[in-house]
Design a protein around this ligand. Structure first.
Ligand SMILES: [Zn+2]
Ligand SMILES: [Zn+2]
Length: 187
């Protein structure tokens, strides 16, 4: 039997508020130090975090959600019911992001840890937004969101062997898992 992590609206949409709020808190922590170097490190780490997110998204979706049995079963619930409010509850995702990124990096540099974690948090929000839009909105044909949606629909309805990226197809191209929406992937 498939285990479903069905969420209420607060837990489902909570990330849209929690993640930017946490990122803002991390920015404040650095700005309050009144140290220009620390602020510069924060900004640089933020950009790296945003870029880093795109790989995290790809790696978790491909090598955890579609590979590790426990997570595979939970993710399968989303595949079976794409429009359902199914996923990780807000406090859990934010907690995991802090544990995996902020905590280890904190010991190297608080500003770097704050910036990088904020980039990851905003990347995660972008992922949530694009993913939600892919299943619930009808974006303008030709728009970026429309193309991202098409790619994600291929992931859902063509055997799930490709298009693991949601906010970008970059890593799918790197790892040869990109499936053209109009054509099937030659294998
Ligand atoms: Zn999937
Ligand atoms: Zn989906």
């Amino acid at each position: 039997m498939v285990k479903r992590m069905r969420l209420n609206k607060i837990l489902y949409f909570g990330d849209f508020v929690l993640c930017p709020a946490a990122a803002f808190g991390l920015l404040l922590l650095t700005l309050l130090q009144h140290d220009a170097t620390a602020a510069g490190i924060w900004a640089m780490a933020f950009v790296l975090g945003c870029i880093g997110w795109t790989f995290v998204e790809y790696a978790v979706h491909r090598w955890v959600y579609h590979a590790v049995p426990f997570f595979d079963r939970m993710h399968d619930a989303h595949h079976q019911e794409p429009k359902g409010m199914i996923g990780a509850p807000s406090f859990l995702s934010v907690g995991v992001i802090f544990l995996v990124f902020y905590l280890p990096l904190y010991f190297a540099s608080q500003a770097f840890a704050g910036g990088f974690t904020s980039g990851i948090l905003l990347g995660y929000v972008a992922y949530m937004l694009v993913h939600h839009a892919s299943h619930h909105w009808s974006p303008q044909p030709g728009s970026l969101l429309y193309r991202l949606r098409l790619a994600h629909m291929v992931h859902h309805y063509r055997g799930e062997e490709g298009n693991y990226g949601v906010v970008t197809s970059f890593w799918d191209h790197i790892f040869s898992t990109y499936v053209e929406p109009q054509r099937r992937r030659a294998s």
